[in-house]
Design a protein around this ligand. Structure first.
Ligand SMILES: *Cc1c(COP(=O)(O)O)cnc(C)c1O
Length: 375
């Protein structure tokens, strides 16, 4: 027996592992590379042999300052930007930026331009209206945000133009960044570091880390200082970008853990060949899954083909009554987190940088099996 028994045991173990392996399609907080989990859990016990845990050291210690510096320089490298931009790590999520932006940049009686492409841009618009006038240059709200409007004019008198580059909930994405006659601001929470783009077109980019950059608790803000100092109102210290620029993101205690894990994730991305390399893989993953959605007789996509997101892939069941059944079937087969957002329904698979091609293959397999059983 010996050997044969051994082999069948190994085969059994491998099959069992593959069967039980879970793939994380949650939209955020979301998947991160396994290597990052390993390194960060080690650092929680002890950071780089310093005898202390990462989460107990001062944010002003040399060790943490080095981490912060490396994080900043990785952001610049991965975005392809230089010292004309400030890199900040703030708290309050991307949602806090919805209010900090107009607080700092939009004076009373002045106008800001917004492109309305989903729930997140709607929320950004709501906050801006508290500070000045909002010109919604175009909106796809009447079509349930199923496409990206392309014909619009940005008034040259606007203080800035705000876009959401990827609509996490509806699964649409700006394939081409617009040309703006005024400073352009991008909410890139769910597609930062996922594809190449010309960052110099933007005066400001921001992103909650928990989609494609790290864990929740920190928000990346990249901005040109030339944007600031133009409104007359008083700005509370913590909400003033200048405070955080002057203090190098250390005015108050930053989220040290989230910054560290984000830094490790950026290091990981760099080691994989950076944004250009991951873009190719992201493209391949998304095309594969969309091809299955279009082929499968039980499902259909909801977003205009030319505006489909490569990060958050959305679709619905042609027969709404099979929605629950597929959600359960996918979960039972190791595909976790594919239920669509409560305001959009249907399904959503988030294919962030850390999702391996195998995860997409698995989901496709599960969709095909479901079709065989229910088609
Ligand atoms: C998740 C998300 C937000 C909100 O982020 P928080 O960090 O939870 O405030 C804003 N914009 C986009 C595009 C998002 O995906």
């Amino acid at each position: 027996m010996g050997r044969q028994f051994h082999f069948s045991l190994i085969t059994f173990a491998v099959n069992f592992y593959l069967l039980m392996k879970k793939y994380n399609f949650y939209s955020g907080p979301s998947i991160l590379p396994k290597e990052v989990f390993e390194q960060s859990s080690k650092a929680v016990l002890e950071l780089d042999n310093i005898g202390l845990s990462l989460i107990e050291i001062s944010h002003r210690s040399k060790e943490f300052m080095d981490i912060l510096e490396e994080a900043k320089s990785l952001v610049k490298e991965l975005l392809g930007i230089g010292d004309e931009y400030q890199v900040l790590f703030l708290q309050g999520g991307a949602s806090m930026q919805f209010c900090m932006i107009p607080f700092n940049l939009l004076g009373e009686g002045e106008t800001a331009a917004y492109l309305e492409t989903g729930v997140w841009s709607k929320k950004a618009i709501k906050e801006a209206k508290m500070f000045g006038n909002v010109d919604i240059v175009a909106s796809s709200a009447d079509k349930n945000f199923s496409h990206i409007p392309k014909q619009y004019t940005i008034p040259s008198t606007a203080k800035y133009f705000h876009i959401t580059t990827n609509n996490t909930i509806y699964g649409s994405q700006l394939q081409k960044m617009p040309e703006s006659p005024v400073p352009m601001i991008g909410d890139m929470s769910s597609d930062i570091f996922s594809r190449r783009f010309d960052a110099s077109k933007f005066d400001m980019i921001y992103a909650g880390a928990q989609k494609n950059m790290g864990p929740s608790g920190v928000t990346l803000v990249v901005l040109k200082e030339s944007l600031l100092g133009k409104v007359k109102r008083q700005i509370p210290t913590m909400l003033d970008y200048n405070t955080h620029i002057k203090n190098g993101s250390l005015f108050n205690t930053p989220c040290t853990f989230a910054i560290y894990v984000s830094m490790l994730t950026m290091r990981w991305l760099k080691s994989k060949g950076g944004v250009a390399a991951i873009e190719k893989i992201n493209e391949e993953k998304a095309q594969k899954l969309y091809a299955e959605i279009d082929r499968n007789s039980l499902f259909e996509g909801v977003v205009a083909k030319e505006d489909r997101s490569r990060m958050n892939i959305t679709w619905v069941a042609k027969k709404p009554e099979s929605e629950e059944a597929f959600a359960k079937f996918a979960k039972d087969n190791g595909c976790i987190g594919i239920k669509g957002h409560r305001s959009a329904g249907g399904f959503r698979a988030s294919l962030y940088n850390a999702m391996p091609v195998e995860g997409v293959n698995k989901l496709i397999e599960v969709m095909q099996e479901f079709e065989k059983k229910n088609g």
